[in-house]
Design a protein around this ligand. Structure first.
Ligand SMILES: NC(=O)c1ccc[n+]([C@@H]2O[C@H](COP(=O)([O-])OP(=O)(O)OC[C@H]3O[C@@H](n4cnc5c(N)ncnc54)[C@H](O)[C@@H]3O)[C@@H](O)[C@H]2O)c1
Length: 292
């Protein structure tokens, strides 16, 4: 495998944008693909705004921002990702969506390219089996927001070769992130522990034990969490939270992972958290307002 110089990203949402952001600042060329040119443009504009904030707070030089932005290009067609040495899929947390992407993407890629997924929970082995390169497939699980969070979980599928693992490690280390290695079990380490806690917070709301404000304040001041679990759920995206709970519930066949019906209802309503302007808080005004 030749050196990793160009990163392809599928999905220009919260995570794809964040991965593009840190990769471009790390000196990699970045190609971003999404379902439409509009989404790609919006993703690139968000990266630009986030880097501008870093410049404003003195964390980044203006020149470094300009250089990094110049390394990012739109890839409106999947074929535009042919130049990538490593492609990271950061599309919606839905196995059917990811499978369809791999079916279209694999024939377009350099046969030597590594394909990674940023999935929060889905089996790496099962996803790898949908590709033409299970030995060059790996989970590179960044945390949200990517520019701020230090951790990246690396997850090997059963067929992942050592060379692929070492190349992924080299890329993540170059971004100055800390790696933990997780075995390929539903939701890996971070979300296996975090999401049942968030789901329980939603049950606490559902059963009327406390209001949104009471639950979040209790966990911030009583358990010293930097943000409350409901605020964090809105931040992750309630659709992503629900998908992870479904993967845990199905994958481990244990009723303790049953998604809270209130979480299901919010997702059905399209109240997905910050990204849609409403979740457990309403984000449409100047300040987030608890909705219950
Ligand atoms: N949100 C988090 O906190 C978090 C943290 C770690 C990992 N993840 C994982 O990262 C992935 C993306 O999550 P997100 O929060 O960025 O979601 P998001 O909803 O912000 O973005 C998903 C993007 O994928 C795009 N997409 C959907 N179908 C596509 C297709 N067929 N081709 C190309 N693009 C497509 C959507 O248009 C959207 O822009 C998921 O697998 C999620 O589990 C999320």
């Amino acid at each position: 495998m030749s050196k990793i110089e160009t990163i392809g990203i599928v999905g220009a949402g919260q995570m794809g944008g964040g991965i593009a952001h840190v990769s471009a600042l790390g000196g990699y060329k970045v190609l971003i693909h999404d379902v439409s040119p509009d989404r790609i443009e919006k993703g690139i504009a968000t990266i630009s705004g986030n880097m501008a904030r870093q410049v404003g707070s003195g964390k980044l030089e203006e020149k470094a921002r300009n250089d990094a932005m110049a390394r990012i290009s739109a890839a409106p067609a999947m074929a535009d990702l042919a130049a990538a040495d490593l492609v990271i899929e950061a599309a919606t947390e839905d196995e059917t969506v990811k499978r369809k992407i791999y079916a279209q993407l694999c024939p377009q890629l350099n046969p030597e390219a590594i394909l990674a997924t940023n999935t929060s929970s889905i089996s790496i082995t099962r996803l790898a089996a949908q590709t033409d390169r299970p030995e060059r497939f790996i989970g590179i699980h960044f945390m949200n927001p990517v520019p701020v969070m230090k951790l990246v979980e690396l997850v090997r599928g059963i067929a992942t070769e050592d060379q692929t693992f070492e190349a992924a490690k080299g890329y993540v280390k170059h971004l100055d992130k800390t790696i933990t290695v997780s075995e390929d079990f539903p939701a890996f380490i971070v979300n296996r522990i975090l999401l049942p806690m968030i789901n329980e917070a939603i049950y606490t709301l559902y059963e009327g034990v406390g209001t949104v404000d009471a639950i979040d304040t209790a966990m911030r001041l009583g358990a010293n969490h930097p943000m409350g679990p409901l605020q964090l759920a809105d931040f992750i995206g309630l659709d992503t939270c629900l998908s992870i709970m479904q993967v845990l519930h199905e994958g481990l066949s244990d009723s303790k992972y049953r998604p809270c019906p209130l979480l299901v209802k919010y997702v059905e309503a399209g109240w997905l958290g910050r990204k849609t302007g409403r979740g457990f808080y309403d984000y449409r005004g100047d300040q987030p307002v608890p909705t219950r």
